[in-house]
Design a protein around this ligand. Structure first.
Ligand SMILES: C[S@@+](CC[C@H](N)C(=O)[O-])C[C@H]1O[C@@H](n2cnc3c(N)ncnc32)[C@H](O)[C@@H]1O
Length: 259
């Protein structure tokens, strides 16, 4: 059976149910700490540096960076629901993270404002138009200072294809069951996701489609938008077991500099 996703799916699916379905990756503090260890290892961060957490969701990486003393983090995301959730985590803990709602394709932020831009947790490839990822990366380049660094953490398309599972499911706590039915396309995977609450019944039946990047194709795109010193670090995953974590099992980290 063909699975069709609304091209604008990413504008509505990052909500409270996503925080449940993807909790194993995006609400696990140990996983986030391991990811932030990589950021701190690969980027020349200083405590007075301005950091943009682009497509940052609820800002879990910014919250952890701020805890570690990097207190000039801005999270930009389209999802008002995730930003609200992040603010509710930051405020009572006294963590001075800025949360901004916006579209990564047209940031509306000043040029040259940041020393570092991070794009974590497989946040590219959502629009069916590949040009949109070019726009996001061009905007990252524009808002960086000369000499500033970009770090991208994205699914390794080659490995995701090689370990493709068409049907998977997992449970979250005593109530939630997440079932995913996938179809592999030419350059993307389309997923139908059904989320069942044992108490309430079906609480989501939606589809989404994510473009897969071969790491080298992304490196080439970064050079095309003006980045230099592009480096690819393959085989990254904070998950150590063999469960299926969607696009979070096989990732690649890419760093690049604005000259
Ligand atoms: C899988 S989540 C990852 C969030 C976060 N980086 C993390 O690792 O927890 C992808 C995020 O990208 C955001 N996003 C995707 N396209 C976007 C766009 N064009 N502008 C702003 N945010 C976008 C979504 O709203 C979502 O919060």
């Amino acid at each position: 059976m063909e699975i069709k996703a609304d091209p604008q799916w990413w504008k509505s699916l990052f909500d409270g149910i996503y925080l449940l379905t993807d909790a194993r990756s995006v609400r696990d503090e140990e996983i986030t700490r391991l990811e932030v260890n990589i950021i701190c290892h690969l980027l020349p961060l200083r405590e007075d540096h301005w950091i943009l957490d682009l497509c940052g969701g609820q800002g879990r990486h910014s919250l952890e960076l701020t805890r570690r003393g990097y207190r000039r983090c801005t999270v930009l995301d389209y999802s008002g629901r995730l930003l609200k959730y992040g603010k509710a985590l930051a405020t009572p803990r006294g963590l001075p993270v800025a949360f901004v709602q916006g579209d990564a394709r047209n940031l509306g932020l000043a040029s040259g404002a940041f020393h570092h831009v991070i794009v974590m947790g497989n946040s590219l490839g959502y629009s069916p138009d590949p040009e949109d990822d070019g726009l996001i990366l061009s905007e990252a380049h524009r808002v960086l200072r000369g000499g500033g660094w970009l770090l991208i953490d994205v699914a390794d398309g080659t490995k995701v294809r090689a370990s493709f599972n068409p049907n998977v499911w997992h449970e979250i706590g005593p109530d939630i069951v997440v079932c995913r039915q996938r179809r592999m396309n030419h350059d993307s995977i389309t997923t139908r996701e059904m989320v069942i609450s044992k108490k309430k019944g079906l609480i989501r039946d939606s589809a989404y489609s994510i473009r897969l990047y071969h790491p080298q194709a992304l490196a080439t795109l970064l050079e095309k938008v003006g980045f230099t010193h592009v480096r690819v670090y393959p085989s990254f995953s904070p998950h150590k077991d063999k469960e299926d974590y969607g696009f979070m099992n096989h990732r690649v980290i890419i760093t690049a500099q604005k000259s």
